[in-house]
Design a protein around this ligand. Structure first.
Ligand code: BDR
Ligand code: CA
Length: 312
């Protein structure tokens, strides 16, 4: 039986690739719903992008719930300098064939996770954690409906990508991340320490494009947009495939290296807002609250992504 999965995202280029890989993995992952949240671009644009992607993939059976328009406490920040004004680089998806649900993402999460008649769901969070944190604040008992959370965010060794000490998803809503990290359910966090090991090098881009289906063409066109920006900003050859790491982790955890740790999120300091304090050395008696992924087998993970996209 495929495990029930809800994906909470802010597409966003690498979010779209994560969605493609998840939707291509029907034997393992039953994608029940896709929620959107303000992050890389505003939430209306994120929702439009998911609906367009589902039209491209012919998967209009998957319901889409539009979520929080702004973070819990801080002012919104966006990443359109990386993902482009439409969140997809220069790429245009087909027109949506369906609409988002009238119920919003927070109400959906509360209703779904509180439903004891359904199996607990795996939540994949690849944008700011605002939707789930808001749901947990309104209805703390819904944790019983969460099997596990797999979240892309944070950094230890790599510092940050939106400030010197913070990764974008955590910086964008640090209070939400702190709430989710203290939610008390099994949590795997895949931060920049791991995702920056999964680069879109020229040979990998060629292999992606060579698949030759509509999904691979869209993914390659979008990643080329980010590759150009990474080249300009960071001087590196090949952007990182951050968000697809969460799906690859669910499909093949043996390809990753992880350790149990205590993580706290900085919510007060302006200088280090969104910093993830990842305690490798058990500096106090508090128990671990996360499984922290700090490495991956890059060639094998990328090959897995290609193999799944080829199924679309
Ligand atoms: C994360 O930030 C976003 O721009 C990406 O989609 C990814 O989720 C990487 O820091
Ligand atoms: Ca994202």
């Amino acid at each position: 039986m495929p495990r029930p999965v809800i994906i909470d995202c802010d597409p966003g280029i690498d979010d779209c690739v994560a969605l493609m890989v998840a939707l291509a993995s029907r034997n393992e992952l039953g994608v029940e719903a896709i929620c959107t949240v303000a992050g890389n671009v505003n939430v209306a644009t994120c929702t439009r992008n998911v609906l367009g992607l589902l039209a491209l993939l012919g998967r209009v059976d998957v319901p889409v719930y539009s979520g929080c328009e702004r973070p819990m406490s801080v002012n919104p920040v966006f990443a359109d300098h990386i993902h482009g004004e439409n969140g997809l680089g220069s790429v245009c998806f087909p027109a949506a064939q369906t609409s988002a649900a009238t119920e919003d993402a927070v109400d959906y999460l509360i209703r779904r996770l509180a439903d004891s008649g359904q199996p607990p769901a795996t939540l994949v969070i690849v944008g700011p954690s605002t939707n789930l944190a808001t749901a947990l604040q309104k209805a703390p008992d819904i944790t019983a409906g969460i099997e596990q959370i797999v979240l892309m965010g944070g950094a230890r060794r790599e510092g940050g990508n939106i400030t010197p000490s913070a990764e974008f998803n955590i910086y964008a809503d640090p209070h939400a991340a702190q709430t989710v990290f203290h939610g008390g359910r099994p949590l795997t966090v895949i931060g920049l320490d791991a995702t920056l090991q999964l680069r879109c090098s020229p040979d990998r881009m060629a292999a992606l494009r060579a698949i030759g289906n509509a999904a691979s063409k869209a993914a390659a066109d979008m990643m080329e947009h980010v590759n150009a920006i990474y080249g300009e900003i960071y001087g590196t050859a090949g952007a990182a495939m951050h968000d697809p790491c969460t799906i690859a982790w669910l499909l093949a955890p043996d390809l990753f290296h992880a350790r149990p740790v205590r993580i706290e999120v900085e919510t007060a300091s302006a200088l280090t807002r969104g910093h993830t304090a990842v305690d490798y050395h058990h500096t106090d008696d508090r128990p671990a609250n996360a499984n922290w992924v700090d490495g991956l087998e890059s060639d094998k993970v990328f090959a897995l992504l290609l193999e799944r996209i080829a199924r679309l």
